[in-house]
Design a protein around this ligand. Sequence first.
Ligand code: NI
Length: 394
Amino acid sequence: MQRILEEAKKISEEITGWRRHLHEIPELGLETPKTAAYIVQELKKMGAEDIREHIGGWGVSALVKGEKPGKTLGIRADCDALPIKEETGLPFASKNGLMHACGHDAHAAMALSAAKLLLASKAELAGTVKFIFQPAEENVQGAKAMIDDGVMENPHVDALIGLHTGCLWKEIGPGEIGVRFGSMMAAVDRFVVTFKGKGGHGATPHLAVDPVTMTATAVLELQTILSRELSPLDSAVLTIGRIEGGRAFNIIAENCVIEGTVRTLNPTTRAFVEERIRTVASRVAEGMRGDAEVAYEAGPPALINNADFTRKFQAFAAGLAGAEKVKEIGEPTMGGEDVAYFLEMVPGTFFVHGGCNPEKGQVYPHHNPKFDLDEETFPLGAALFAGFALNWQN
Ligand code: NI
């Protein structure tokens, strides 16, 4: 397996070139036409098969078909950027007011490199590898859009891997690999509760029904779902980020609205918290002579890595990079990742690629205008994708 890493190092200039070009043309959300066109152009150039465009908008897929029979592995790379004005001063910095400040440019470049490496190894490759270049990870719409448009079929994807580069997990240094068994990132849901009262004069509350007091009570009661009803060893977040009601100091409002997010690490807790938000909000409102309307919008599910698959990946990564470079991630985060939609459908693993090197001044966090990556770590990411594709069915 060392060979694939050597091969990846040989094309490091090309990897860097892909990354830099993508870095210069950042695009937002589902609208990634230039990014898609560039990826398609490069896939065509290297001879990838069955290149498909416009999957769920600007998503792209391509195949590398091995000469031996076998299953299909999906390799997913997200490709979208952020509405941040870049301040890195790099020669290939973006000038369009948007920025690849989360490393998705590198994800796409590493996936392109893996395709190139696998095209050169088709004789040894069992089965097929489907590359999935996904827009709109940041607003968590891209994976679902591509799945709804059939990206997991024709050929059917049997398992999937993806990575995140950078310094999201501090314990994963440059050139290191982070793996996690089970829940790794949270389900990201949004809810809106409208508390309905009856408007009136501030001087005569008894003739009105006050939705502001209902809301105030509910804001505190809702937190007890986590503190009093969940096991202290389970994790969940309930944050109310917006509260709005009333127009003047002496008027009792008709309605008061709260909007918030719920983060959970498993489907059972997720369903429980949703059900309890509905009940608590309604009962609090009813108890105060009003009404509550609850809208609950499920975002991506919790990102849960398949244990057997992850063990396989961990062993492979240790063989490739050295066991000391592969670390188990201690704690999940309550942030979300829409790769979870794929991993909800098929077994797989999402791993961390340490891509920031503090010795090179890469000390800025993700989503910072000075965020940057160590390009010397990219061949490792490419080799992990390609090498695992060659290995996983053994
Ligand atoms: Ni990201």
